[in-house]
Write a protein that binds this ligand. Sequence first.
Ligand SMILES: Nc1nc2c(c(=O)[nH]1)N[C@H]1C(S)=C(S)[C@@H](COP(=O)(O)O)O[C@H]1N2
Ligand SMILES: [Mo]
Length: 259
Amino acid sequence: MSDLILPRRDLILRAGGLVAAAGALPLLSGCDAINDAEPVRKILSLGEEMHFASQRALTDRDALAREFTRADLSPIFRSNGTRMPAGAGYAAHVARGFADWRLKVTGLVARPLSLSMADIRAMPQRTQITRHDCVEGWSAIGEWTGVPLHRVLAAAGLRDGARYIVFRCADRIGDADYYESCDRVDALHPQTILAWALNGKVLPIANGAPLRLRIERQLGYKHAKYLTAIEAVASLDRIGAGKGGYWEDRVDYEWYAGI
Ligand SMILES: Nc1nc2c(c(=O)[nH]1)N[C@H]1C(S)=C(S)[C@@H](COP(=O)(O)O)O[C@H]1N2
Ligand SMILES: [Mo]
């Protein structure tokens, strides 16, 4: 972990690369190998399995996810689900280097916010090297930089009645927008960040540019990409189909996907 802020000149140079990456084709679905989906624990070795079991027994929900070193970074951090949100709106943001992108913070907060990427980068940052585990049976280690979500929620003034945070995304899969949610414990966890950089570079489009959630104690599908809004709510009943996430609404993915 470190308090890294990339120099602005670097950012401008790297923003040019984002446009080139926009050629990637959108995929039809996210965790599309649903029938083959196996719980990620099945692919872990017995030793790791025991490590998880003992960690779960000994620690609580505030425990940190394991952090790695740069030597552990995956050579390629693959992407999954949406790799390029469809539509002219997102393409226009790409063309403008996300200069007009806004993250709205709404719902049960004292001060609703509309943050630009510059606003987000001006807040205190956190960098962490963690392992992403997708239920489809792959993992990757990456270095993420972004603002801790608890900072954003403190700036907005989370109200007492807010039990869940909903994450709204710019992409649709089929006929519905991708979304996710978590409870206050995960929202305020120190490793839950809104990330705008991966491996020291501005987040690639395929990995959720310009801003994506890293919620390190949870499985991959909880890590919402292409964030447009976060909303503090008292109940998930009237969000989507009521199960707290795009995949939770459609398949038997657990809402609480703790690892
Ligand atoms: N908006 C959005 N977020 C998403 C998805 C998606 O399709 N759309 N896919 C999820 C799944 S299943 C995984 S494993 C991770 C993949 O993140 P990556 O593309 O950076 O590897 O993003 C998650 N967040
Ligand atoms: Mo996934």
